[in-house]
Design a protein around this ligand. Structure first.
Ligand code: PBG
Length: 339
């Protein structure tokens, strides 16, 4: 540092500020509030159905009627937004992913049900990527050699995004990592009159092994052949995230996202320092599973470790966090307020 900001010991005693709770609160730099949370939820067909996801203890796939109960609690707790992920029935997963633009597909029915019931009391986000709808589990369309095709996929993604917007979704989250998809989706939304729909670009989405439990939850894991390394980013790269961000900003994204979260907080900070749009981070399924497993064994204390993980996101610069812990955290925060 170019200037001396601190007296040396013993005049300088950093512990002075840490002595009491009031003092720690007074000098605290970052905070997690309910307003920072987006709650991802898995939807299935049926009624009165709640199916546990084995690799994500505490997380369930829920039918739309049950979803409405969960969303009611989210609204009561003040969670600003949810993100919906469908577990598509097997017979609707095809090579061309056409279920993605069926106006009555599962996720569209879920969006309509939530919006009809709760209106603008909560924001609804949906994922744009073809993996819930392809027979092979890739996020895009493939050719005979198994190559994921960029430009052909974009056409499909545009249809998917328009379909979700027509159902009433508030935030479109392109998680597919095709080049140029944000611009194509933005133009199509404008043309169709969906000018208020927010695009939260999965900007720096890495080809990560931390997505395993999510792929179980949506049923795409077992069918996935190969990996996603030709479109998702190499975990070894940081500078490349700046390029992705610059493109998404130029293409008309409203906010950007980093995914996974905890192992990629350096990327959150990098984007926060270089982009003026809000920056979100996704604490993904594998991060949730790790924390849950350690807590179930009594090796970590759940409430403390979860709150610490989330304040770390805030410290790194995240404006908001997608986390499967959102409801737990909102409940804890409400308790604190009440006590
Ligand atoms: C789909 C998608 C994935 C996640 C969110 N959207 C999985 C993937 O890309 O394979 C992962 C979320 C999580 O692990 O919690 N493209």
């Amino acid at each position: 540092m170019a200037f001396a900001t601190h007296a040396p010991y013993p005049a300088g005693r950093p512990r002075r500020l840490r002595r009491t709770d009031w003092s720690r609160r007074l000098v605290r730099e970052h905070e997690v509030t309910v307003n920072d949370l987006i709650w991802p939820l898995f939807v299935i067909e049926g009624e009165k159905t709640r199916q546990p996801v084995a690799s994500m203890p505490g997380v369930e796939r829920v039918s739309i009627d049950e979803l409405l109960r969960d969303v009611e609690e989210a609204v009561a707790l003040g969670i600003p937004a949810i993100s919906l992920f469908p577990n598509t029935p097997d017979d609707l997963r095809t090579a061309d992913a056409r279920e993605a633009w069926n106006p009555d597909n599962l996720v569209c029915r879920a969006v309509r049900a939530v919006k009809e019931r709760f209106g603008d009391a909560i924001g609804v986000m949906t994922d744009v990527a073809l993996d819930p709808y392809t027979a092979h589990g890739q996020d895009g369309l493939i050719n005979d050699e198994g190559e994921v095709l960029n430009d052909e996929t974009i056409e499909a993604l545009v249809k998917q995004a328009l379909n979700q917007a027509a159902a009433g979704c508030d935030i479109i989250g392109p998680s597919d990592m095709m080049d140029g998809r944000v611009a194509a989706i933005r133009a199509a939304l404008e043309e169709a009159g969906h000018k208020h729909v927010h695009i939260m670009a999965y900007t720096a989405k890495y080809a990560s092994a931390f997505y395993g439990p999510f792929r179980d939850a949506v049923g795409s894991g077992a069918r996935l052949q190969g990996d996603k390394r030709t479109y998702q980013m190499d975990p070894a790269n940081a500078r490349e995230a700046l390029r992705e961000a610059a493109m998404d900003v130029a293409e008309g994204a409203d906010s950007i996202m980093v995914k996974p979260g905890m192992p990629y907080l350096d990327i959150v900070r990098l984007l926060k320092d270089n982009v003026t749009l809000p920056v979100f981070a996704y604490q993904v399924s594998g991060e949730y599973a790790m924390l849950k497993a350690a807590c179930a064994n009594g090796w970590l204390e759940e409430r403390k470790v979860v709150m610490e993980s989330l304040v770390a996101f805030r410290r790194a610069g995240a404006d908001g966090i997608l986390t499967y812990f959102a409801r737990d955290v909102a409940r804890w925060l409400a308790q604190e307020k009440g006590s």
